[in-house]
Design a binder for this molecule. Structure first.
Ligand code: UT7
Length: 325
């Protein structure tokens, strides 16, 4: 049976040039390189320059992805941008990216699922392509979390960074089998009983300000591995694929200990795990497409490989998707 599949044609990413190290942070708040590395695995992160916005990061990543795919911007008929740090309350940052790329047809919109944003956006784009609403989509994760951090709060400001990643998806006909290329399955979840564990204390309808990120880190940590394991299991079951068939695990990059524990649970050795958290910190919705681009460009991701992505974040939201590269 012919089934439409969303196949990754190219990847791209962008990191602001300014690198903020743990040692530099320890001059701002009461912390140390040792504490940050031991608890999170983070060594440095990138910070957007003054006047450099989420739309700029996203557009740079999108251009790199189009270039990598060998696809002209004019062929793109959907731009889906996952972000919790849009340039403005509206219009959607995706429309700004669309405009900067010179695209005036198709649709562009933002999707907000915080750190799970890219998994939600990929699943959403896949559904749109499969339903025939678009043929070629740019799916982007882009964030400037540095703008919503409380730089006096050592429990959060050491963990996050800025960046963007993008993939170009194209709708192609597959056989409906697990050896098709493209997105094979995805599972998305949310549970608002955990709203107070990770949130921003402002917004257009409440304070009229952007607000600052607040997190009960230990509580998030406690739920993370179990929640992402559930959706990984679900994505494997839906595709009829066993865990040991996975070639690459590309998790959300929040904490190396969460990544290691999840990989261990599924029996994936560290050589099969793409890790960027040491260099990027937690870039929220940007972390997975950034990691995909790095592993794609250095030759780890090869056509035909089975790739599992997963994320969990504010809400809580969490999700996983299985792709054949
Ligand atoms: O993207 C998805 C959302 N985010 C996450 O996935 C984050 C999930 N959580 C985590 O990654 C970890 O919980 C953290 C890295 C945030 C914290 O690690 P932890 O092992 O859970 O540490 P903790 O929060 O239990 O704090 C341990 C101690 C505390 O001191 P006391 O109460 O034991 O005296 C903290 O006050 O470390 C202290 N502490 C710090 N010390 C030095 C907290 N932040 C810092 C800091 N530097 N930056």
């Amino acid at each position: 049976m012919t089934v439409r599949r969303s196949v990754v044609r190219g990847t791209g990413s962008y990191l602001p040039s300014r690198v903020l190290t743990n040692d530099e942070l320890s001059t701002l708040v009461d912390t140390s390189n040792e504490w940050i590395v031991q608890r999170s695995g983070i060594r440095e992160r990138h910070i957007a320059a003054e006047g450099e916005y989420t739309s700029d990061l996203a557009t740079n990543a999108a251009r790199a992805a189009l270039d990598n795919a060998g696809i002209d911007a004019a062929e793109i008929d959907m731009v889906l941008l996952a972000t919790a740090t849009p340039d403005h309350t509206f219009p959607a940052t995706a429309v700004m990216v669309q405009e900067q790329l010179g695209i005036a047809h198709g649709c562009a919109y933002d999707l907000q699922a915080v750190c799970s944003g890219f998994v939600f956006a990929l699943s959403n784009a896949d559904a749109m392509l499969r339903a025939g609403h678009a043929r070629k989509a740019l799916v982007i994760g882009a964030e400037t979390f540095s703008r919503i951090l409380d730089w006096q709060d050592r429990t959060t400001c050491v963990l996050f960074g800025d960046g963007a990643g993008a993939v170009v998806l194209e709708a192609v006909d597959g056989e409906g089998a697990a050896d098709d290329r493209g997105v094979l399955s995805s599972r998305l979840r949310s549970d608002g009983r955990h709203l107070d564990k990770l949130y921003v204390d402002g917004g257009p309808s409440t304070t009229g300000t952007a607000g600052h990120l607040r997190m009960q880190g230990r509580e998030v940590f406690r739920h993370a591995v179990g929640m992402v394991s559930d959706v990984i299991d679900g994505a494997l079951t839906d595709a009829g694929v066993e865990a040991d068939a996975i070639d690459w695990f590309v998790p959300h990059q929040a904490n190396k200990r969460i990544i290691d524990a999840t990989a261990r649970k599924f029996g994936w050795p560290i050589e099969k795990v793409v890790v960027t958290v040491d260099k990027h910190g937690n870039t929220s919705a940007a972390s997975i497409p950034l990691a995909l681009d790095i592993a794609n460009r250095d030759g780890r991701l090869q056509p035909g490989n089975l790739v599992m992505i997963e994320a969990m974040g504010g809400g809580f939201t969490w999700g996983a998707a299985l792709l054949r590269w």
